[in-house]
Design a protein around this ligand. Structure first.
Ligand code: CMC
Length: 428
């Protein structure tokens, strides 16, 4: 795969160095600058605009063409024909499961959805009004204290057991975070339900009533989970890899990913997008709000992406799901959804957004769908975290399985004070 092409760097002192150019199976070539430090030099790329941090075989994105593949399969095909647990199998194992493998995998995940009973008591340490993402960071990290019988990261079977536990238990913890916030009793998972259906059941069922799920809504949530399952080296995944590079246990690494996901520029965007719609309030205020975006007073949340400079392929799928759900729930004419569609229309036709290549991203539509499903705004990023857990753990496993990984340790451009001598407090 790698060829003999080189890139030559010539310094102003006359020194010249050659670096190999590496090619992947798809995507941009990369210049292997590993040996630059031997010259006493480092590259400077603070937000990783031009830096590939690892080799991976899991997910491919072409941001200009608007392509997203999991293990080579286009996201649109997976969203149309597969389900979240088969996609999880694909991300973890590299291949889609056959019927027997699929049944076994689903059985394994389904039979590990309950959490240690003491985890329920662990919740009471949180304030009732704690943001569910704060609870997810805390309880996610605490899992390593409950399931420490399989934490040898150099043992592939231990890694698999930890991964399956996380995949199975994260929805249970997410639903518990919601129930705790609302003061309602926790609902134990039910093995007869699919992954997405179980999540809706644990969030919305009560011990006093029969629970009836709606297949259109279950399918919509399953799609949200598929679309958010992995996205190569984004901020939270890179955080998981960096935490994992030190040898930290997988539960702690995933907790670090949940923390990184929380921010409004990343997984918090779906929550921020819904809050923005509520702030705009009425279609009549759209032109004024869009003008504020163009004047750079604030950003249009749910729009723009570091990698996609074309339509986010996940957004195209989510947009269709959004319309299906609104139709099913007869919400097409609700004020909030009309407002969202108007904002989308204006943004897609306004030269500012066209020139800046700002298209709606997946979180613009997923926020609307999640709201239609009755999921409270403070749970939006939690649902994203449930979906991304399999991506994080697959990327972590890939890194550890390589065997020769080193601790991630970026360098810096120091611009602080030069050496100076200590001055006693009375003389300062
Ligand atoms: N609204 C208005 N202007 C924007 C937006 C936006 N949402 N995003 C970028 N811009 C403008 C920005 O002002 C800048 O303009 P100029 O060149 O005139 O100064 C230009 O576009 C480039 O912005 P940037 O900040 O350099 O772009 P970035 O690649 O660092 O940012 C982003 C990517 C996703 C953080 C950004 O687009 C953003 O803040 N979007 C809103 C938050 C959001 O929806 N995030 C979810 C991303 S998808 C889910 C996920 O993967 O987590």
């Amino acid at each position: 795969m790698d060829n003999k092409r080189v890139a030559t760097l010539t310094l102003d002192d006359g020194r010249s160095v050659e670096f190999p150019i590496l090619s992947g199976t798809l995507g941009s070539d990369v210049i292997d600058i590993k040996n630059l430090a031997k010259l006493g030099l480092f590259t400077y790329d603070p937000a990783f605009f031009s830096t590939a941090s690892c080799t991976s075989t899991i997910t491919f994105i072409d941001g200009d063409a608007g392509l997203l593949y999991y293990r080579g399969y286009p996201i649109e095909q997976l969203a149309e024909h597969s389900d979240f647990l088969d996609v999880s199998y694909l991300l973890w194992n590299g291949e889609l499961p056959d019927a027997a493998q699929s049944a076994k995998f689903k059985d394994t995940v389904t039979h590990h959805t309950m959490v240690h009973e003491q985890i329920a008591r662990f919740f009471s340490g949180f304030r009732r009004d704690a943001h569910p993402m704060a609870v997810m960071v805390g309880v996610g990290g605490a899992l390593s204290a409950f399931y420490h019988d399989s934490l040898d990261i150099n043992d592939a079977e231990h890694r698999r057991i930890s991964a399956m536990r996380m995949l199975a238990k994260v929805p249970t913890i997410a639903a518990m975070a919601h129930k705790y916030y609302t003061g309602a009793p926790f609902m134990y998972p039910k093995n007869k339900f699919s992954y997405a259906e179980n999540l809706l059941y644990m969030m919305f069922a009560t011990p006093t009533e029969e629970y009836q799920s709606n297949p259109v809504l279950v399918r919509a949530l399953d799609r949200i989970l598929i679309l958010h399952a992995d996205h190569e080296q984004n901020a939270s995944t890179s955080t998981v890899r960096l935490a994992g590079s030190s040898g930290a246990n997988p539960f702690a690494c995933i907790a670090s990913g949940i923390a990184a996901l929380w921010g409004p520029a990343h997984g918090g965007a779906n929550e921020a997008a819904l809050k923005m719609l509520e702030e705009v309030g009425d279609i009549s205020r759209v032109p004024e709000y869009v003008q504020g975006v163009k004047d750079k007073k604030y950003r249009l949340m749910g729009f723009g992406h570091r990698v996609y400079k074309n339509m986010d392929p996940r957004a195209s799928v989510m947009r269709q799901t959004c319309h299906e759900v609104l139709k099913e729930l007869k919400l097409e004419n609700s004020k909030l959804f009309e407002l969202a569609m108007e904002l989308e229309r204006v943004a897609l036709s306004d030269p500012y957004f066209i020139d800046h290549k700002l298209y709606p991203n997946v979180d613009f539509y997923s926020g609307i769908v999640l709201r239609a499903l009755g999921i409270p705004t403070n749970m939006f990023t939690v649902i994203f975290a449930v979906a991304r857990t399999v991506g994080w753990i697959s990327q972590w496993n890939e890194m550890i399985a390589e065997g020769d990984h080193k601790i991630g340790r970026p360098r810096q451009l120091y611009r602080g004070a030069t050496k100076r001598d200590f001055v006693p407090v009375g003389s300062r």
